[in-house]
Design a protein around this ligand. Structure first.
Ligand SMILES: Cc1cc2nc3c(=O)[nH]c(=O)nc-3n(C[C@H](O)[C@H](O)[C@H](O)COP(=O)(O)O)c2cc1C
Length: 187
């Protein structure tokens, strides 16, 4: 049997009852077959500052970079802020994108997102794909997963309660596992 894929998952929202953090919980409860998913909290990551980096990566940044490096794939769940990538997420990616041993290069990545509006983070995901191109990650082209009107699909703690959407999240993780395997096999 193949080794399980190590997936590092993180959300572009710090909100306690975040719908996007709820998507990540739906991805790991129950644990997916063929993968071990670790959820990384971006809250302790400071704002990017080149002067700080020059003195060495702060411990939360070093931990994030090491977790990315150790992972076989990434799973990102993010809202869309003003049609783009939330600062929390962009900031974390900026820290991870710096030398040495830039850990995002050639990393398979699946993205998904939830919003309380009708477009389900379509523009934010498109913007995130541009960022992932810059850092040379391999963003899974399809399937895409846009969760609109998340407040109707979640409870007050941000837990995804809608069975059909939970199934889509789980299918997304399965697609990421297949995407990572395809990249490893070079097909
Ligand atoms: C500063 C800001 C900008 C936002 N811009 C958008 C937007 O462009 N498109 C959208 O669909 N929702 C937008 N929203 C609404 C968020 O998508 C919504 O609050 C979402 O639930 C946040 O994700 P979370 O539940 O994971 O915290 C914005 C929210 C904030 C705070």
């Amino acid at each position: 049997m193949a080794e399980p894929l190590r997936i590092l998952a993180f959300a572009g929202s710090l909100r306690r009852a975040s719908f996007n953090r709820g998507l990540l919980r739906a991805a790991i409860e129950p644990p997916p077959e063929g993968a071990i998913v670790e959820v990384f909290d971006l809250a302790p990551i400071p704002l990017y500052n080149e002067d700080v980096r020059a003195q060495g990566y702060p411990p939360p940044v070093a931990a994030f970079r090491a977790a990315i490096a150790a992972a076989g794939a990434l799973l990102i769940a993010s809202p869309e802020n003003n049609y783009s990538v939330p600062g929390v997420l962009k900031n974390a990616i900026d820290w991870a994108s710096r030398p040495p041993d830039q850990p995002l290069r050639a990393k398979p990545v699946a993205i998904m997102g939830a919003s309380n509006g009708g477009f389900g983070t379509v523009r934010g995901q498109a913007a995130l794909r541009v960022v992932l191109q810059a850092v040379e990650s391999y963003a899974m082209p399809k399937p895409e997963l846009f969760v609109s009107r998340a407040q109707d699909l979640s409870d007050s703690d941000g837990n995804l309660t809608d069975a059909a959407t939970r199934e889509k999240v789980r299918a997304h993780v399965a697609a990421l596992i297949a995407w990572a395997a395809r990249l490893r096999a070079g097909v």
